[in-house]
Design a protein around this ligand. Structure first.
Ligand SMILES: Cc1cc2nc3c(=O)[nH]c(=O)nc-3n(C[C@H](O)[C@H](O)[C@H](O)COP(=O)(O)O)c2cc1C
Length: 369
């Protein structure tokens, strides 16, 4: 009997085809250099996970100003483009597809993780008081007050997204995912808790959605719609953001406008399995009703639940995060109904190979048995 038939069968839409419906969720692993250049171990890490129908990379900064965390990669310099190229090649060689997640961290940052000429930007000058930022050699530090972006800063940042997206394609990636979730820059504009602006980018639902929509529109114009996805986290509570009064209207409007821009997918975050508030059923349904592109579900999935949600047409693809950290051959394990390795949170963000490219495959486990 075939296991998880729906999950493991190809996605075959007119403009977007994948060998199965398993997506590797974006996972920050902090294995780049202190200067935010990808390293060689990332080639092996992503190459080994090419069994997924689609890999979405870790959050990768489109700007000098967007590298909030230590050792996260960027895609704004020639050196970064060069270092990312063999990563895309390795995934393609192993029969996979890979999108790069463009993550500008906005106020979730610390100047010590950035170059001297970088600025910590936010919609408004409001500190994330409850969130600390890890700095190599110094530990967890309070985050200073960010600089409220001018309209010129916003326009410049949109240009940076477009250049970064083109850089990703130049490096051989199949597309990009615009990260508008989890309390980073674009999500900070959506949320009334962080956006107190009184210009065209704040206040009304339309104004708070403007930056996300302009970035998506411009990146779609540059790359083509089948090469752009977007990640959203309605009701999310990461990085000092929380649910807000007009969130239903905000995500209703956003998904209706995204239907017009037509990126290939919306990727929904649900961090309920990590102790966060869940994704309200009405918001999820409204997004599904308004947006006719692909919907990626994520958060706390195993193969059985993913397969069932696909059969029930709750989404078109399912992303797996922590299971992909610990199981390079996750799809093979699903096919064979094999047990999974457990991820070790102590090495999620530590530099080097440990906890990164040393989780065994099924074959390696059999050899050692
Ligand atoms: C170590 C770690 C790093 C993550 N980094 C990112 C990231 O860079 N971008 C993002 O959108 N989500 C990130 N996430 C969230 C995951 O994409 C995913 O939503 C989450 O792990 C829940 O899915 P899971 O239950 O399958 O692990 C991260 C999660 C973990 C555990």
């Amino acid at each position: 009997m075939e296991n998880y038939k729906e999950l493991l069968s190809p996605l075959n839409t007119e403009h977007f085809k994948l060998k199965n419906k398993v997506v590797m969720a974006p996972l920050t692993r902090s294995r780049s250099t202190a200067g935010h250049i990808p390293t060689d171990i990332m080639i092996q890490y992503y190459g080994e996970r090419a069994g997924a129908g689609l890999i979405i990379t870790e959050g990768t900064s489109p700007s000098l100003n967007g590298v909030g965390y230590p050792r996260i990669p960027g895609i704004y310099s020639r050196e970064q483009v060069k270092a990312w190229t063999p990563v895309a090649t390795a995934v393609h060689k192993n029969g996979g597809k890979i999108f790069m997640q463009l993550m500008h961290s906005g106020r979730i940052s610390h100047p010590d993780n950035m170059s001297d000429d970088a600025v910590v930007f936010a919609p408004s000058a409001i500190r994330p008081e409850e969130t600390k930022m890890y700095v190599d050699g110094k530990g967890e530090l309070p985050i200073p007050e960010p600089t409220a972006m001018s309209v010129e800063d916003i326009e410049h940042t949109i240009e940076e997204y477009v250049t970064a997206a083109k850089n990703a394609i130049e490096a051989g990636f199949d597309g990009v995912e615009v990260h508008s979730a989890n309390g980073y820059l674009l999500d900070q504009f959506l949320n009334t808790g962080t956006n107190k602006r009184d210009d065209n980018y704040g206040g009304s639902v339309e104004n708070r959605c403007r930056f996300t929509l302009e970035v998506t529109q411009r990146v779609v114009a540059a790359l083509g719609k089948e090469r752009v996805g977007i990640r959203l986290s309605p009701n999310g509570a990461m990085n000092d953001l929380g649910p807000f009064d007009s969130q239903k209207e905000t995500f209703d409007y956003l998904s209706a406008k995204l239907e017009e821009i037509a990126p290939v997918y919306i990727h929904l975050v649900n961090h309920e399995s990590m102790g966060a508030p869940g994704l309200p059923a009405d918001i999820k349904k409204n997004i599904r009703d308004r947006f006719s592109g692909l919907l990626i579900l994520s958060g706390g999935y195993d193969a059985a639940k993913a397969n069932q949600d696909l059969i029930d047409k709750k989404g078109d693809l399912v992303a797996f995060g922590r299971n992909f950290i610990a199981n390079p051959d996750l799809v093979k394990r699903f096919k064979e109904n094999a047990s999974l390795n457990d991820p070790n949170p102590d090495t999620f963000y530590t530099p080097g190979k440990e906890g990164y490219i040393d989780y065994p495959t099924l074959e390696e486990q059999k050899d050692n048995a």
